[in-house]
Design a protein around this ligand. Structure first.
Ligand code: MG
Length: 667
């Protein structure tokens, strides 16, 4: 409330001038404009109330994931820019009193943040200490009555380690006989902080660039407020957008150092709203279950979810004695986790426009944001119950039926998590070629960018032994098997690319975002040629070095058996691959042999037309029982995609990856 009065008293731009309709997000910002800092907003401690546990139940274990607390920022140069521009204006006597105070505040921001990249501030430590204290006071029975052992692990980043220390030190002070293990390391980082990748960011940036075009920016008011001569100021600072963005950046990092002045007041409210939107939408689209990226993002939380479940199960079964598991990490894994669980509000699936209106960023993800799962058990009833606290507020999991309001059966939660990610994967048939050419390099790149599990392509062998990627046996009226490479290489695909050799194709297939190359070896006229094709395809798997300027991890190694799938209509080719590429997935395409027979020959999968599988649904189980994989082609109709999904096939090969994804993710 104090902040609100301060805002009302000092606001230079009247809120009432803001014509935009009052969306939930705008209303939330008007409650406290500092919330426009989004994920650099300090934690808001509300008064929390607990729904009484069902009769006979008592809390016995807590699983806590906490984001580090308030920290400094990396924006030294950005803050210096604001300060320096205003100092130049001052030398020319161009500053109004408001301009003068902004200059001093920007200088302070620069001084506080410069060379303090991402360090926890004293406020951040206190946030964690208070969180620990509140947890202890809400659930004293967990710490006092049960075993007194706790385990805490942290991301390797110093601000997370210091957060862990702040949290656990307060618990220790509250109850000195608690026995705590604290740890950090790359091993933990792998699941604590697994998150975004460049592909997601590229898609998000494009969507936001389009969205930004719809904004109306006030580029005039700021000159009038800060400068005595707006025309002269404009010569000194020609880019009003860039300048205001830098002021916004200063304003959004003032909370961690508890600066009482509200720097957002120097900007028109609607501009603050716009900058805020661009900031938090980027996080929403990259980290949450958005309609743009959700199906790619959510599976990345699997390891963290599995870890938290197995930690809880070990305590429930009595194998491990622990009062709590505490985990200290970052905003993106925290968002991925709460969205994987499907908690109310935060995990809604929105478009960019919907999220801009409805998703409450700093409510969900301020500094020190946290998820707590409180576990309850009773002497009489075997059901373990759990309740979810997001930023300490009781939260629902709408996909499940609750017991007594906000308590859920742990077994229901686990079953929900086990089915959260579709078991059936999508393979783009001849690449994701919509808008491109089939079997083009662009088509496999598109499959990678769309986050597909795999991308199929066809391989022929020329008369002089060059493997090329193409579907039809002929190209430009020439039969590939009977032509030398020199005679066909000039042919262009429909999108203008030249006919790719297998080597060229694999160079694209094994870089960029992970997407399984599904290599179809076309039957040849003789067994000798089939042997040669097999040998050359195996040769093509040899690891290629990363090109200059590309990080080594992007030069993936298709030579690993788990990184490639072979398919063929030639039974002989499959048999040869089974012998020469032991451990690789080899799926026979013919549709005329039962899985058991193929298994006896060492062939590890089937890839049959979906009608064949519809007639022989028992082959899915037979294959799975033998440890074989089941792929089906070419499944383009919703009813067929649903039917194959329901039969539990491992992969669906389709010309319509977007449609298949929509259907597989139906809840
Ligand atoms: Mg094919």
């Amino acid at each position: 409330m104090k902040r609100l009065i301060l805002l009302a008293a000092t606001a230079i731009f009247s809120l009432s001038a803001f014509a935009q309709s009052e969306t939930p997000v705008v209303k939330y910002l008007k409650g406290d404009i500092r919330r426009a800092a989004f994920n650099t907003h300090s934690y808001e401690f509300d008064d929390v109330k607990d729904t009484p546990a069902p009769k006979g139940y008592k809390a016995f274990y807590i699983s806590h994931y906490g984001r580090h607390g308030s920290r400094s920022d990396w924006g030294g140069p950005q803050y210096k820019k604001v300060r320096d521009l205003l100092m130049q204006a001052k030398e020319q006597n161009l500053l109004t009193p408001a301009g003068d105070s902004l200059m001093r505040e920007a200088a302070l921001i620069y001084q506080l943040h410069n060379d303090m990249d991402g360090r926890l501030t004293p406020r951040g430590v206190r946030e964690h200490a208070r969180l620990a204290e509140r947890m202890y006071n809400r659930f004293p029975e967990v710490f006092q009555d049960g075993c007194k052992h706790l385990r805490a692990v942290s991301s390797t980043t110093p601000r997370c380690i210091v957060s862990m220390n702040g949290f656990t030190a307060r618990l220790q002070a509250l109850q000195p006989d608690l026995d705590m293990d604290l740890d950090t390391g790359e091993k933990f980082y792998a699941y604590i902080a697994r998150g975004e990748n460049n592909t997601l960011i590229a898609r998000t940036n494009k969507a936001l660039a389009d969205y930004r075009k719809t904004f109306q920016w006030d580029t005039v008011a700021v000159y009038k407020t800060l400068f005595t001569d707006p025309a002269k100021a404009k010569k000194l600072i020609p880019d009003a957008y860039d300048f205001q963005n830098a002021i916004y950046d200063c304003a959004r990092v003032s909370d961690p150092f508890e600066i009482p002045d509200n720097m957002f007041r120097y900007l028109p409210f609607e501009n603050v709203v716009h900058f805020h939107e661009l900031n938090y939408l980027s996080a929403y689209l990259n980290q949450c279950d958005s309609k743009l990226n959700g199906e790619i993002r959510i599976p990345r939380s699997q390891e963290l979810v599995d870890t938290l479940i197995s930690q809880a199960d070990a305590v429930i079964s009595g194998k491990v004695k622990k009062a709590a598991d505490l985990c200290f990490g970052h905003d993106w894994p925290y968002l991925g986790l709460v969205c994987y669980l499907g908690l109310e509000g935060v995990s809604e699936r929105y478009t960019v426009e919907e999220a801009a209106d409805k998703w409450l960023p700093s409510y969900f993800c301020p500094f020190a944001a946290n998820l707590q799962m409180i576990f309850y058990r009773s002497e009489k009833n075997k059901d373990i119950l759990v309740k979810f606290l997001m930023n300490e507020r009781e939260t629902r999991l709408p996909a499940l039926k609750a017991v007594d309001g906000i308590f859920y059966r742990w077994n229901d939660v686990k079953a929900w998590c086990a089915n959260r990610i579709p078991k059936t994967q999508i393979v783009a048939h001849r690449g994701y070629w919509e808008g491109n050419a089939q079997n083009s390099v662009a088509s496999i790149r598109k499959a990678q960018e769309f986050g597909l599990w795999g991308s199929e392509f066809d391989i022929h062998l020329t008369a002089d032994g060059v493997p090329v990627v193409h579907h039809d046996q002929t190209i430009g009226n020439l039969d590939i098997q009977q032509s030398n490479f020199e005679d066909i290489r000039h042919n262009r695909l429909a999108n203008g690319e030249h006919l790719p050799t297998l080597a060229e194709y694999m160079a694209a297939a094994t870089r960029g975002r992970e997407c399984m190359p599904v290599m179809e070896l076309k039957p040849q006229t003789t067994q000798e040629r089939e042997d040669e094709l097999v040998a050359k395809c195996l040769q093509a798997l040899k690891p290629a070095p990363a090109p200059a300027g590309i990080p080594a991890q992007y030069a993936r190694r298709a030579s690993e058996p788990t990184k490639v799938v072979f398919i063929s209509f030639s039974h002989y080719i499959c048999q040869q691959l089974a012998k020469k590429a032991a451990g690789y997935t080899v799926q026979y395409l013919g549709g005329d042999i039962a899985p058991a027979q193929l298994h006896a020959e060492g062939i590890t999968g089937i890839d049959y037309e979906y009608n064949v599988i519809a007639k022989h649904p028992e082959w899915v189980k037979q294959a799975h029982d033998l440890g074989m994989s089941v792929n089906v082609w070419t499944v383009n109709e919703p009813k067929d995609i649903r039917a194959m999904r329901d039969l539990g096939v491992d992969q669906i090969t389709t010309d319509k990856p977007a449609l298949a994804r929509e259907i597989l993710w139906e809840r």
